[in-house]
Design a protein around this ligand. Structure first.
Ligand SMILES: N[C@@H](CCC(=O)N[C@@H](CS)C(=O)NCC(=O)O)C(=O)O
Length: 152
């Protein structure tokens, strides 16, 4: 059994891939803040009375369809990306095939980027969003099941 210091080491290509893809995912999630903020400034739509000081024509609204769409995409990231990152960290303890682990991290990350793209950037009809969601969701569940089976 490998030592923790060998698993979570930058000499281990699986861990290096994990660091790479999870950093991209976290940046993508933080990018949603920028997208939502720029929509608010462009439309002059804010959420709290004090925000009126930020824009000469500011309106307080909670129902703008474009902003709400971006907020839902961000919320969906918050529901799924932390679980994916945690599952990936645990899965590495199971001595997985390096090739498979790297593909899971890669495709899980790509799927979450596609989810944002089809939900909040371009708006592509279903089942585009459902498929991208399910790919990363299934990968998260797979890594967690493998982890549970490993420790049983
Ligand atoms: N919190 C989600 C749970 C189910 C889910 O994540 N569904 C995916 C695939 S359809 C999704 O992208 N939901 C849109 C969303 O969370 O706004 C919801 O209310 O829809």
């Amino acid at each position: 059994m490998a030592l923790l210091s060998q698993i979570y080491s930058l000499d281990n290509p699986v861990f290096t891939a994990y660091i790479f893809y999870t950093s991209i995912l976290l940046l993508k999630m933080l990018f949603m803040v920028f997208i939502i903020g720029s929509q608010r400034i462009k439309k002059g739509i804010f959420v709290s009375e004090e925000d009126k000081a930020l824009h000469p024509k500011a309106k307080i609204r909670h129902d703008d369809p474009d902003i709400e769409r971006c907020r839902r995409a961000h919320q969906n990231d918050l529901e799924n990306i932390p679980a994916f990152i945690l599952a990936g960290a645990l899965y590495q303890l199971t001595s997985p095939s390096a090739w498979l682990a790297i593909q899971l991290f890669r495709f899980g990350t790509i799927a979450r980027i596609v989810h944002t793209f089809v939900y909040a950037i371009v708006v592509i009809p279903q089942p585009a969003r459902a498929i991208s969601f399910l790919v990363s969701y299934a990968i998260t569940v797979y890594m967690l099941v493998q982890t549970i089976l490993y420790v049983l």
